[in-house]
Design a protein around this ligand. Structure first.
Ligand code: G3H
Length: 247
């Protein structure tokens, strides 16, 4: 698995055809090949953006979710194969806005991870505790359970990422402290090595209020392999500052 720093921008339910210029600006403005860049626009924009960027673009495209079946009567859903067909090569799975907003259980996330890998997509699997859970001292228990139940057994040798996104840090401007991030990452590494063996080194991202002015501090933390950025990925000028903050 690559150890290259990954800076991923999740546009969530934002962006119109006119926003394609922002992706073009990111592709043209980033010249550091050591950093891997991914953008997760809404489904409607994946294909038009991939057509404009072309195959050898520095920017990888991804979906924000997918169904675990390849096709069928699932109104409103999109399969991993359809994402790949549209030009996506990655997918975000288990984002808290799916887990909480759509009541998506870990077992469903695990099925989606399998579907994504079968379709040739690299998944970013998100986990994170709510503020109430943190205050009750449940952070480790919640993260361990989400991780164990959202990862399928057959992951050895597969390219995937785990994003630690504390729910209370998403879109709030309240970034997790260095200690909180380091603590969560060491737990994630421990849970994964217990399950898949110590040779298995997961690629870990932090997400939650990463901005141009705090990106350097987050990305230099030991073991942080990149960032999953929401609001600050919508404008190329902000996203490029985060990309340039990568060590
Ligand atoms: O997927 C991205 C995260 O939810 C972080 O969003 P944010 O950077 O707006 O806090």
């Amino acid at each position: 698995m690559t150890s290259q720093t990954l800076i991923a921008g999740n546009w969530k339910m934002n962006g119109l055809l006119s926003s394609i210029d922002e992706v073009r600006a990111v592709a043209e403005g980033s010249c550091d090949n050591a950093v891997r860049i991914a953008i997760f626009p809404p489904y409607t924009l994946i294909h038009p953006i991939s057509q404009i960027l072309g195959h050898d673009s520095r920017v990888v495209l991804g979906g924000q979710d997918c169904h675990y079946e390849d096709y069928g009567a699932y109104t409103g859903d999109v399969s991993a194969h359809q994402l790949y067909d549209a030009g996506a090569r990655m997918v975000i799975l288990g984002h808290s806005e799916r887990r909480h907003g759509h009541k998506e259980p870990c077992e469903t996330v695990a099925l989606k991870v399998c579907a994504a890998l079968n379709a040739g997509l690299e998944p970013i699997i998100c986990i994170g505790e709510t503020l109430e859970q943190r205050k009750e001292g449940l952070t480790h228990a919640v993260l361990s359970k989400q991780l164990r139940d959202s990862l399928p057994d057959d992951l050895m040798g597969k390219a995937f990422h785990v994003a630690y996104e504390p729910v209370w840090a998403i879109g709030t401007g309240m970034i997790a402290t260095d200690d909180q991030i380091v603590d969560a990452f060491s737990l994630i590494r421990r849970v994964i090595s217990e399950r898949f063996g110590t040779d298995f080194k997961p690629h870990l991202l932090y997400g939650g209020s990463v901005k141009p002015d705090n990106a350097v501090d987050v990305l230099k933390l030991d073991g942080v392999g990149g960032a999953l950025v929401g609001g600050a990925s919508l404008k190329a000028k902000d996203f490029l500052k985060i990309i340039r903050a990568a060590p």
